[in-house]
Design a protein around this ligand. Structure first.
Ligand SMILES: Nc1ncnc2c1ncn2[C@@H]1O[C@H](COP(=O)(O)OP(=O)(O)OP(=O)(O)O)[C@@H](O)[C@H]1O
Length: 307
């Protein structure tokens, strides 16, 4: 693992005698897109507010680029760009003028740098239009552009995909990946949307009730996801059913209107496909019904609060 950009050490937050965050410890390696995943009320926003200095810690420490948020606050926070609540933009100004206005408050930001981030976030064609004419996705990207103007090493976005449609989510993901590649910035995004995290992140920390459940690469989570429901759309469902029935109950299949339905892990999907093709059954489609990350999440947290 690279040197971590963020280290949480036993981070605890109590409000009014209630423990909201309970001894949370994990590290975010540099250069990763890291997901902070948990059901509503798990404590994602509270943790992020502590990471960006908007809220004090009751106990523990957060190191950013090796600097303690307690003893070296200025140096720690200088390395962070963030969108915690909706980014405040002047809707009647252009995107460009919003960035120029913001840049006046931060020493050392040139017009050249503004143009650079505008290009990085794919806003160059519309940057001189008023923000009120922007789509939600464009406003989010303008917010990200603003947050990275000062070249932070770490970008933190709280629920950045809220309200975006799937196309907007994919677009944001691609721009964040590009930003991570081109500027070497590490990105932390929080979400309760598992399918998004799977697409967007290299690694995820899963939290529930203010406690860490697990930290895994999304690849590991998907591979370990266990069995999921898979629908095979085939030319002859009866023949397919017979072929699988001959395998001594190894592949119990249900016949449904849309095809045959089985509970399989990844390896078994390949085996069943080979069996059917070998028996002369045409396969028109193989559709996993739930993503394995979602199954894994339910298994880990026992929560039904997923999107
Ligand atoms: N200022 C506060 N006073 C009392 N309780 C609070 C305060 N802020 C947060 N909480 C509680 O702490 C818990 C965690 O809240 P938090 O907003 O961090 O969760 P979250 O994971 O970001 O959830 P969501 O996805 O709904 O935003 C919740 O039970 C919330 O009610």
């Amino acid at each position: 693992m690279n040197e971590p950009i963020v280290t949480l050490q036993n981070v605890t937050k109590r409000i009014g005698g209630k423990t909201i965050i309970d001894k949370l410890s994990f590290q975010v390696p540099q250069g990763e897109v890291f997901g902070f995943l948990g059901p509503n009320g798990a404590g994602k926003t509270t943790t992020i507010r502590m990471m960006v200095g908007l809220m004090s810690l009751s106990e523990g420490d957060i190191l950013i680029g090796g600097h303690s948020i307690h003893t070296d606050f200025e140096k720690a926070i200088k390395q962070v760009g963030a969108i915690v609540e909706n980014p405040e933009m002047y809707k009647f100004l252009s995107g460009w003028n919003n960035l120029v206005h913001y840049a006046r408050m931060v020493p050392g930001i040139t017009h050249h740098r503004i143009a650079e981030v505008v290009k990085l976030m794919g806003l160059e064609n519309r940057i001189h239009d008023k923000v009120k004419t922007y789509s939600l996705g464009m406003r989010q990207r303008l917010g990200v552009a603003q947050a990275v103007l000062h070249k932070p090493r770490l970008l933190i976005l709280d629920e950045p995909t809220n309200g975006l449609d799937p196309a907007g989510i994919r677009e944001l993901r691609d721009y964040l990946r590009q930003l991570s590649r081109d500027e070497g910035v590490s990105v932390i995004v929080s979400s309760h949307l598992l399918s998004e995290m799977e697409l967007m992140c290299d690694r995820v920390a899963i939290i529930q009730n203010g406690r860490l459940v697990d930290v895994r690469t999304t690849k590991e989570l998907v591979q370990e996801g266990g069995r999921g429901t898979v629908v095979f759309e085939v030319s002859d469902t009866k023949l397919a059913h017979q072929v699988l029935a001959q395998k001594d109950g190894a592949y119990p299949a249900e016949l449904q209107q849309e095809g045959i339905v089985l509970q399989l892990d990844r390896e078994e999907i390949a085996d069943v496909t080979a069996l059917l093709v070998h028996a002369g059954v045409k396969i028109f489609g193989i559709h996993p019904v739930t993503t394995s990350l979602e199954d894994k999440f339910l298994e880990m947290t026992g929560s039904d609060q997923i999107a």
